[in-house]
Design a protein around this ligand. Structure first.
Ligand code: CA
Ligand code: CA
Ligand code: CA
Length: 579
């Protein structure tokens, strides 16, 4: 059973499902018999490549998307988060009858208005033929342009996007014979160069070194050893701007279905579930950054998340319930791992579990459950983590805790930690509920994962939902500092600000019950904190003045600001206009 838990994989389910739909009962019977054998013999390349998933199946049929029916795009605007549909037509409308999933996104660190999302584009849900979808925004995600697939008519899957530290963009794409290649944009524009062959296999992930050290602009990628095009290796590096990739090498413990991260020293971390049955692992390399050295592995650490990855569960029948995430705190040696986990110690089918290392990945503390719902029935799936440069840890997932009986209706949830994962904010719903089973594109799943990038002000999320009646791709930006402001039904502090608007000085008055640590902070319209007016224990009536300056004492530009008051779990926000 342990063997099956670790090796039971997506391609087997795909194979069974497709053959079941073809009513090929003989094959399915034969394969069901072979299943335990196959999964326990660790998927030799020949066995698993015969029953893989990410290859061309349905033929390409040209779809003129101008002739597809349209409906209004699904967009949400709030002060604490907004959601923008990405896979829209030239007029910004939803295309009815297409599908997209497995999104990956990248945010330009030199200009965060520049955001790119890639996904598996299905032009019509009557076919599982998929292409390299992408959309870009030049206004911080307020609107996206979807020009069509990068390589129209060519089977492509599993996009993984990233920027390097200089604002150059890379798009790793899996082709129908398991080879990956990398497109890039180096001029800040929107036209792709390449593709450059990058070895590869299903399911690859890619991460750029964004440091300014000797590894700057290095490109690292790895994939499932069972589907590699360069056996026995399944990891490669580029040190020349992603134009050539080094001979593939193996990785200790053969991780798959995971991600990579690069710390402030340029050290590389890889996570995934071991192909050797060791569970969830983290592997570190301190040599990968040096173009003059061969890549070697420092150590493997087994990470206890109290369970294993869910595969083929009710929530996403032909896919993963999520992949494994690793990220780092750039200010210390902390390494974090998170995944949606089918629990060992309780019967819960899917919880978002987190584990923390404070010694550069050598050891990990006991796992922590991030979702706080009562009971053990709900699926918290597609758990996804990223860490901001200031150390804030963002976690999102889909959640069925409020689903009506007999449904798997899901809501996007969010929680974050500002103290290195010791405490977490209240689980916060970020979307309406939707039925993830709507609009499957001839594959019984909504992809295998979502993606997220964090900066100091925002969590940037690429995800899929069916809120527009089909399976579509969305960008959501959460401002953690403003979270929940739109839901404040009453002002619990009796707070007022006057004059408002003001130009010289305004007075903020409010009242605190008892002794309470209280913060009064000013945020700009982009959710960035610009000043702290109070951060101490106070009681009773308060009166503060603000002269429209930032924390450095400089006068701010005229415009809309939010004054937030936070005290013992209560929060209020006042809109203030500076003239
Ligand atoms: Ca659509
Ligand atoms: Ca995939
Ligand atoms: Ca659960």
């Amino acid at each position: 059973m342990v063997c099956i838990a670790y090796f039971y994989s997506e391609f087997i389910l795909t194979y069974l499902y497709k053959n079941y739909t073809m009513k090929n009962s003989l094959l399915i019977a034969a394969f069901t018999f072979l299943l335990p054998l196959a999964v326990c013999s660790q998927n030799t390349n020949t066995e698993s490549q015969a029953i893989h998933n990410e290859v061309e199946d349905d033929p390409y049929v040209y779809v003129n998307r101008d002739l597809m029916p349209k409906s209004a795009a699904y967009n949400v605007r709030r002060s604490d988060y907004f959601t923008t549909q990405v896979n829209v037509d030239g007029a910004g409308n939803n295309i009815v009858g297409d599908a997209g999933n497995e999104p990956s996104l990248a945010v330009d660190p030199t200009n965060t208005d520049r955001i790119v999302v890639g996904w598996r584009q299905f032009d019509n849900i009557s076919s599982n033929f998929r292409q390299a979808g992408y959309g870009y925004s030049t206004n911080g995600g307020a609107a996206f342009v979807f020009p069509g697939p990068i390589n129209p008519g060519v089977f492509r899957s599993d996009p993984v996007l990233d920027f390097d530290g200089e604002g150059n963009l890379y798009y790793n794409s899996l082709t129908g014979n398991f080879a990956c290649d990398v497109y890039k944009i180096e001029d800040g524009g929107v036209d792709w160069a390449g593709p450059f062959p990058a070895h590869g296999g299903d399911k690859q992930w890619m991460r750029m070194d964004r440091t300014t050290g000797i590894g700057a602009r290095n490109n690292y990628s790895n994939w499932n050893e069972s589907f590699t095009t360069c056996a026995p290796g399944y990891f490669t590096r580029s040190t020349d701007g992603s134009e050539t990739f080094e001979t593939c090498i193996e990785i200790d413990e053969s991780p798959r279905w995971g991600t990579l991260a690069v710390d402030a020293n340029g050290d590389l971390y890889i996570t995934g579930i071991s192909n050797n049955g060791s569970g969830i692992v983290v592997i570190k390399s301190s040599t990968a950054k040096d173009p003059g050295e061969a890549v070697t592995w420092d150590f493997v650490t087994v990470v206890d998340l109290d369970g294993s990855l869910g595969i083929g569960q009710t929530i996403n029948p032909q896919g993963l319930s999520g992949q494994t995430w690793v990220d780092v705190d750039l200010s210390n040696d902390n390494v974090y791992v998170l995944a949606t986990i089918q629990r060992f110690s309780v019967s819960d089918p899917a919880d978002v579990m987190f584990a923390k290392s404070t010694d550069g990945g050598v050891s990990f503390a006991a796992p922590v459950r991030i979702n706080t719902d009562a009971g053990t029935d709900a699926y918290q799936w597609f758990g996804t983590m990223s860490v901001a440069p200031n150390g804030r840890i963002d976690v999102i997932w889909l959640d069925t805790r409020d689903a009506p009986s007999g449904t798997v209706d899901s809501v996007l949830y969010y929680s974050y930690s500002e103290d290195e994962g010791e405490t977490w904010t209240t689980n916060e719903p970020i979307s309406e509920a939707f039925d993830p089973t709507i609009g499957y594109p001839q594959q019984n799943k909504m992809g295998d994962y979502f993606d997220m990038i964090s900066d100091n002000d925002f969590a940037h999320i690429a995800w899929a939902n069916t809120l527009n009646g089909g399976q579509d791709v969305y960008y959501t930006r959460i401002a953690p500092a403003l979270l929940g402001l739109d839901d404040l039904s009453r002002n619990s502090f009796g707070a007022r600000v006057s004059p408002n608007p003001f130009s010289e000085t305004t007075i903020i008055e409010f009242s605190v019950d008892g002794d309470a640590n209280t913060r009064v902070e000013v945020y700009d319209i982009l959710g960035r904190k610009v000043n702290t007016l109070l951060d101490e224990t106070v009681s009773g009536n308060q009166r503060l003045s603000w002269d429209g300056t930032n924390a450095g004492g400089s006068k701010l530009n005229s415009g809309l600001y939010f004054v937030t008051i936070t005290s013992e779990g209560n929060k209020a926000s006042l809109k203030v206009i500076l003239r």
